[in-house]
Design a protein. Sequence first.
Length: 200
Amino acid sequence: FPERVPMINVEGGCATATMALHGAWKDVLSDTAELSLAIGVEKTFVPDSVPDAALRQQEIFDGGIDQLDPAEWMAYYARAGDEAGKPFNPKDAGGTLFMDTYAMQAAWHMKTHGTTAAQIAAGASKNHAMGAKNPLAQYRFEVSPEQVLADRMISAPLTRAMCAPIGDGAAAALVCSGAFLHSLPKAVQARAVRIRASVL
C-alpha cells in the first residue's frame, strides 16, 4: 500500500456517504487521483434491551454535531428556525436534533420556493420504490405519496416515511478514471458504472 495516501473525513448526517462519493468523483474528475475510495459507515441502532436505549440513541445523534460549543449551534439553529417560520426546539415533544434541522430546511424551502408537502412526499415515494427493487435495502416496500403524507409526523412538515430510518450499515465505492478502468480486467470493466453528474 502506498505511503502518504490522502484521506478526507466528512460528516453530513444522512448524506455522509453521498458527500464521500462526491469527493471521490471530484478527485478523479480533477485529475488529483486516478482511483479514489469512498466509504460510508453508520452505527446508530441501539436495541430496546439496552438500559436507557432512547437516551443513548439521542446521544449518538447529538455526538454527530461537529461544533464544540452547543450554545453557538443552538443559537444558529434558533435564528434559522425563526427565518424558516419553524421554531427550533429539538427537546420539545420528543424531537431530535437532525430531524428538526431537516424539517427547518424543508420549511425554509417551502417558504422560499413554494415547495409543497405533496412534492416532498412524491420524492419519498420515489425513494421507497427504488428501495423496493434493491435486495440489500433496509426497507423494501413501496409507499404511495398519499401514504407518505398520512404517516406519523416526526417534525413538521416531515412524516416518518420522509425520514431516513435508524440503522447500521456501510457501503464503499471505487471511483476511477477511464484510463485506469481500461487497465483493469474485462470482467471488472463490465461491472463499472459511469457517474454522469454529482451535485451537493
